[in-house]
Design a protein around this ligand. Structure first.
Ligand code: PLP
Length: 441
């Protein structure tokens, strides 16, 4: 008898065909852009049914078919139950955490994360009475256990930390969180689901800045929250918003009605629309278009990044290169386990000549674009010490490994020979006084 089990398609096929299609009256091949604020009700009863939570759309802040289409595609690529698209990556992080945390709760987070996230945790959540405990050595799993208290309700880390790529052991940290009833939220922006699917390693929630690799072309902002199936939300002491009776559910709980999907169901209905971070359907469509070429772009960008990192490591002007694909990087072993198909487009390197050398390189590159962004098809360069990390003290920058000579690259999909030639030309512009450590000091 022929095997009737449907064949599980590979990633490159699922990025095009994955996710249940949203029905369309005209059978358009691509999900159309439903650029509309609202949806006409069929009749009196239909309006009541849709407001009561029945099928169909009512208002774009609550849901939109174009948005649904990309949500389903991304949920499938991450191996999640469901996904919620929001207006930016920063919104995804805020909404994901606001769905978990209440006043008096605590979150334990890696200290080596995106600056916008760090400030959100430290300032904005503190204003709501939610405290953050930072783990300063996130590579050391014991440090996570030490930071957890009876009030901890979530753990937060990045799958590939910005910008030095010191990886954390996601499975070990997820297990520590679960021992204490706390889910692990992972910002996987730098990896994309093509390189790493944190849910497969025990994480419970994945967030992305879709503005980066998912959209891929540096054209739009967006964010997405994906929920896994592994966490038991029916814990009324820790998560009363999910496990307690909810008047809008007729006195039942989200956990009772939605089981492992409780967190994301409530996020979609009561958290994201109320905080109002609605994505434009036009942006949702552009993100979906980006997702359709994700594997091709990320594979090429990762290969280019490894080649650039290898070239940089052999240059006399360079003190060190941070890329987990290099055998000498402290996270290389973890990268072999978590990122076997490539280590992503982002790398950092430190020039011996400090800020003078960094300035010379940035001002001379022609193929690399000087811009703050990552995951673009184009190669980008940035000097973190005077941009993303400008508000940190010199001591804090030193602790984060952000020296005056450090440059962050987000490598694109250009021909790698042109990228290396561009850097070589730019290195020639480094003034003699800033060519070596001895002369620079
Ligand atoms: C860019 C970025 C964000 C914020 O995303 P926006 O879309 O710019 O709001 C969050 N986390 C990481 C790792 C990022 O690179």
């Amino acid at each position: 008898m022929p095997d009737s089990t449907p064949r599980q398609h590979a990633f490159a096929t699922r990025q095009l065909h994955g996710g249940t299609p949203v029905p369309d009256a005209h059978a358009a091949r691509r999900t159309p852009v439903h650029l509309t604020a609202g949806f006409v009700f069929d009749d009196f009863d239909d309006a009541r049914d849709r407001f009561a939570g029945g099928p169909g759309y009512s208002y774009t802040r609550i849901g939109n078919p174009t948005t649904t289409s990309v949500e389903r595609r991304i949920a499938e690529l991450e191996g999640g139950l469901d996904a919620v698209l929001v207006s930016s990556g920063q919104a995804a992080i805020a909404i994901a955490l606001l769905g978990l945390l209440r006043s008096g709760d605590e979150v334990v987070a890696s200290a080596h994360i995106y600056e916008g996230t760090r400030c959100f945790l430290e300032q904005n959540l503190a204003e709501l009475g939610i405290a953050v405990r930072f783990v300063h050595e996130p590579e050391c799993t014991g440090a996570w256990s030490e930071a957890i208290t009876p009030r901890t309700r979530a753990l937060f880390a990045e799958s590939i930390p910005n910008p030095r790529g010191r990886l954390v052991d996601l499975a070990a940290i997820a297990a520590i969180g679960h021992e204490h009833g706390a889910p692990l939220v992972v910002d996987s922006t730098f990896a994309s689901p093509y390189l790493l699917r944190p849910l497969e390693h025990g994480a419970d929630v994945v967030v992305h800045s879709a503005s980066k690799l998912l959209a891929g072309h540096g054209g739009v902002l967006g964010g997405v929250i994906v929920g896994g199936a592994g966490f038991d939300w029916d814990d009324a002491e820790r998560f009363p918003q999910l496990a307690g009776a909810d008047a809008t559910l007729g006195g039942r709980s989200w956990a009772e009605l939605h089981g492992p999907g409780a967190y994301l169901a409530r996020l979609r209905a009561h958290v994201a629309p109320r905080w109002g971070s609605t994505p434009s359907p036009l942006h949702a469509s552009l993100i979906e278009q980006g997702v359709e070429t994700l594997s091709l772009r990320v594979e090429r960008a990762s290969a280019n990044a490894l080649a650039v990192a290898t070239w940089l490591a052999g240059r006399a002007e360079v003190e060190s290169v941070d890329y987990s694909g290099l055998p000498e990087h402290p996270s290389h072993e973890l990268a072999r386990h978590y990122l076997p198909d490539g280590q992503g487009p982002v790398l950092a390197f430190t020039l011996l000549g400090g800020e003078d050398a960094a300035r010379a390189v940035i001002e001379r590159v022609r193929v690399f674009t000087h811009m703050t962004h990552i995951g673009d098809v184009r190669s980008l360069v940035l000097h973190p010490a005077t941009t993303t990390h400008i508000h940190r003290s010199a001591a804090e920058r030193a602790a984060a490994g952000i020296g005056d000579g450090l440059l962050r690259l987000s490598v694109g999909i250009e021909d790698v020979h042109d990228l290396i030639a561009d850097l070589e030309d730019a290195f020639a512009a480094i003034p003699a006084s800033a060519r070596t450590l001895e002369e620079a000091r």
